[in-house]
Write a protein of this length. Structure first.
Length: 279
């Protein structure tokens, strides 16, 4: 059986002017053959020799073999660079002569030329190889990470209900829950995070903030830095809306209140009805 989107060892069965035909040595179906173009044929290849190839479809949707190493194979998740934008979607470099199609409907954010996005390779309804940025079901859940481990990854999808989905090491499934999203994360952002929980199914919950006793000190420093930039005055208090605090300070209202409270106890600031002032 010929396997689209995968590497396999095939048998050379026929030579023609424009290349050689290959077949699966494990099948007797003489009609199931694929062309390996002349420029891809290894020197010295003979009838009944085996050669390892990758199978994809050419610009005319014909199955074709190549000895080139693809940047991605079926069901894998890899970072690929956007080469061009068309009427129906984008085209990403997969290391072969034909670029890989990334339909608009498979994009979790509109990509542009030069972007490096995380995609999986799948076969669409018309049996063509395509890329998707919706990689949730392609990520693994058997990582060796445990609670409080530090990890890195790329944000691949943002959900208003759940938070930011992260591909840890481009391999494992992680989530920064909505309550932990104190900064304006975007798809394709790189994040450094801390594992806060390992779920029963192996998925990882993450936080981009430190443990509370460490984060409190960091938040207090950030408040003082903001005061410095604003000439000693922050034009709102810890009674401001959570949305304003998150937008201006990149922290939750509770974290802001804790940081301001510590700074007041330390005698570094004072709070008026409408603002926070450095002392």
């Amino acid at each position: 059986m010929l396997l689209l989107g995968q590497k396999q060892k095939l048998l050379m069965v026929k030579q023609v002017e424009f290349g050689v035909y290959l077949k699966d040595p494990n099948t007797d179906d003489e009609q199931e053959k694929v062309l390996l173009p002349s420029k891809q044929v290894p020197e010295g290849l003979k009838i009944k020799d085996e050669v390892e190839v990758f199978l994809y479809k050419d610009s005319k949707d014909r199955l074709i073999a190549t000895t080139k190493e693809p940047l991605i194979k079926l069901n894998e998740v890899k970072r690929l660079r956007v080469k061009d934008i068309g009427d129906m979607g984008a085209f990403v470099d997969c290391g072969l002569e034909k670029d890989l199609f990334l339909p608009f409907k498979e994009q979790t954010i509109k990509v542009k030329q030069g972007d490096e996005c995380l995609v999986a390779l799948y076969i669409d309804k018309s049996t063509r190889l395509c890329a998707t940025m919706k990689i949730y079901h392609y990520l693994k859940k058997d990582s060796i990470y445990k609670k409080d481990d530090k990890v890195t990854g790329m944000v691949y999808e943002i959900s208003d209900n759940f938070g930011a989905f992260v591909a840890i090491d481009d391999i494992y499934s992680g989530l920064i829950p909505k309550k932990e999203m104190v900064s304006n994360l975007k798809v394709m952002d790189e994040v450094n995070a801390r594992v806060t929980a390992v779920k029963e199914d192996g998925k990882l919950d993450l936080s981009i903030r430190e443990k509370s006793y460490i984060q409190m000190s960091i938040d207090a420093e950030n408040v003082m830095e903001r005061l410095e930039k604003l000439g000693g005055v922050i034009p709102f208090t810890d009674k401001a809306s959570p949305e304003l605090i998150r937008s201006e300070m990149n922290m939750s209202k509770n974290e802001f209140k804790r940081a301001v409270g510590n700074l007041m106890k330390a005698g570094k600031i004072k709070i008026t009805e409408k603002e926070i002032r450095r002392i």
